[in-house]
Design a protein around this ligand. Sequence first.
Ligand SMILES: Nc1ncnc2c1ncn2[C@@H]1O[C@H](COP(=O)(O)OP(=O)(O)OP(=O)(O)O)[C@@H](O)[C@H]1O
Ligand SMILES: [Mg+2]
Length: 238
Amino acid sequence: MSQSILQLENVESGYGEVQVLWGVSLSVHAHYLTTVVGANGAGKTTTLRAAIGSNKVWAGRVVFEDDDVTALSAHDKARRGLVLVPEGRQLFADMSVEENLEMGAFSPRARTHYRKNLERVFGFFPRLAERRQQKAGTFSGGEQQMLAVGRGLMADPKVLIIDELSLGLSPLLTQQLFATLRELKQAGLTILLVEQNVHLALALSDYAYVLTEGRVGIEGPAHEVAQNPDVRKAYLGM
Ligand SMILES: Nc1ncnc2c1ncn2[C@@H]1O[C@H](COP(=O)(O)OP(=O)(O)OP(=O)(O)O)[C@@H](O)[C@H]1O
Ligand SMILES: [Mg+2]
């Protein structure tokens, strides 16, 4: 039985006066792929941001490796290994592939394993190795997403958190990135994924949460969630 490495416990959060999360609880097990799905505006990104500390947690707790990390800054959490690949990628357009990857390796732990991690990223994404001097801003959407995931891996994450892996990508590129996600999972990485391609995400995930208006509605083993009649109707077009 795998261990839970990250837990959100009754997390409430929002923006200004507006509350978005109303007591979200979720648990990420080591070496599992855990997915959060839900409609636009349900609070998926806010949940991830609350987990990594870039959104303030108004109530509830975030526990990482048995420590209460609720009050830690996003920077401190990233140093501990909670790493987000943000929605919209947020690369440095004027920097080369290799420079962008280097920006990912900011923590002392990541610096120590820099060479090994770089080789690993180039192994998962040969395209990045071929184009290591090219500026990120000239990359296609799919290449940019590879680079964003690669930069996340350079941080030597204990949990890699990915917000919208397939956003804006063609079906073919989406398939390719999901294949790489499967390899990362097989290599033992712990992943927390938010994904709009619910069908693909549930097919690959171990466990899934469905977020509805800032609350966890449905949760369970991904293959069970995929069979849930409400999920099939709302997200799988059945
Ligand atoms: N910076 C912000 N300031 C104010 N409100 C925000 C901000 N970011 C998000 N919100 C609001 O919080 C709610 C949840 O947004 P969130 O981005 O978490 O949803 P989401 O589930 O990730 O949606 P999507 O699928 O469109 O990415 C929305 O109503 C949104 O308008
Ligand atoms: Mg979002």
